[in-house]
Design a protein around this ligand. Structure first.
Ligand code: AR6
Length: 339
């Protein structure tokens, strides 16, 4: 699938999405409507590396040295200088974020945040994945403001290789952003906050969740014109407003699909962190190359990036007998499944 570079002005706000009936009112909204917020928040299904915004948020791992998924796409598009800068950052903790230059990307900066590996964190406490995921969004927003960024686009952190269910991830992300915007200290700090999804399952989760936290305002409804049969439709002016073409199929990931942590049997003891001599809490140690694994090449220059770290996580966990992969799930199915 071809993705074109998208300037900020062409990324639809939630307000425009309501007017074009691309978003529907929620049956039970949990927040009050705000025109200001609906003009700040955006949702688009696109390749995040092509967004011309101030900063984009990468779903990184603790090494910050690259990986698969959106992390791989960002490193490839940014070029080898990115991993060089990342080497000096000393990694990043889960739930935290660090910022770098964007090199060859059309945005100005990249914020790298490390989302929770869902099954591992949930085994440590039912609320841990959510609180760590919220922290990713909060820290990224804070970093953006500290660095004078006015627009920020988030990938759907943890919803790929790290296995966070799409709907729960969307709720935590959107609610945390709403809380940030509601805080008096943050008024006027960010002009645009974009949720950038890639797969249909995540797009659907955002379409269902945004209306709960950012309900339509009167103005969002007003651009609809009433037809003789009583149905409302977008006014001609609105119809003239162009939206980027939505993809017609799920993008084909540019990396080998990795099995997710499907049926993870974590030891029921209090300290699942240490399995044999392996620490499963820390994917830092799992991301390095083995001697015989190839070094990924970014453009023409050979640069070391860590090799599908989450696959390494899975392998290390599997070899520790705490992962029971369900054979009925091919890796292709796993990629599409929302669990
Ligand atoms: N643009 C926007 N979103 C994308 C793109 C893209 N080009 N490519 C994938 N996504 P993932 P995680 C979406 O797996 O779950 C890496 O190896 C994807 O559909 O990239 O946080 C890191 O190094 C999904 O919704 O990140 C870590 O080891 C979302 O990005 C690990 O994966 C996140 O999927 C992080 O796992």
């Amino acid at each position: 699938m071809e993705y074109t570079c998208l300037p900020l002005s062409e990324i639809p706000t939630v307000s425009l999405l309501y007017k074009l009936k691309r978003l529907n009112q929620a049956a039970f909204p949990v927040a009050t409507p705000s025109q200001t917020f609906n003009d700040i928040i955006s949702h688009i299904r696109h390749d995040i590396t092509n967004l011309q915004v101030d900063c984009i948020v990468n779903a990184a791992n603790k090494s910050l040295l690259g990986g698969s998924g959106v992390d791989g796409a960002i490193h490839r598009a940014a070029g080898p200088d990115l991993v060089r800068e990342c080497r000096g950052l000393d990694g990043c903790e889960t739930g935290d974020a660090k910022i770098t230059a964007a090199y060859r990307l059309p945005c100005k900066r990249i914020i790298h945040t490390v989302g929770p590996i869902y099954q591992i964190e949930v085994s440590r406490g039912i609320r841990r994945p959510e609180s760590l995921l919220r922290s990713c969004y909060r820290r990224s927003l804070e970093l953006a403001v500290e660095n004078g960024m006015k627009s920020i686009a988030f990938a759907a952190i943890s919803t790929g290789v790290y296995g966070y269910p799409s709907r729960g991830a969307a709720e935590a992300a959107i609610d945390e952003v709403r809380k940030f915007l509601d805080e008096p200290n943050n008024v006027g700090k960010l002009e645009r906050i974009i949720f950038c999804t890639f797969e249909r399952k995540d797009e659907r989760a955002y379409e269902e969740t945004i209306p709960q936290f950012f309900p339509p305002t009167q103005l969002d409804h007003e651009s609809l014109v009433q037809s003789t049969n009583g149905e409302s439709s977008p006014s001609p002016e609105l119809l003239a407003a162009t939206l980027p073409d939505p993809p017609t199929m799920d993008p084909v990931p540019d990396y080998e699909p990795q099995p997710k942590h499907k049926k993870m049997k974590i030891n029921s003891g209090d300290s699942p962190q240490v399995i044999g001599d392996k620490k499963i809490e820390d994917d830092w140690e799992e991301v390095g190359h083995s001697e015989d694994e190839p070094i990924e090449t970014l453009d023409d220059e050979p640069v070391e990036v860590d090799n599908a770290p989450s696959a390494a996580d899975v392998r290390s966990v599997q070899s520790s007998s705490i992962l029971d992969m369900d054979d009925s799930h091919s890796s292709e199915n796993l990629l599409q499944k929302d669990w």
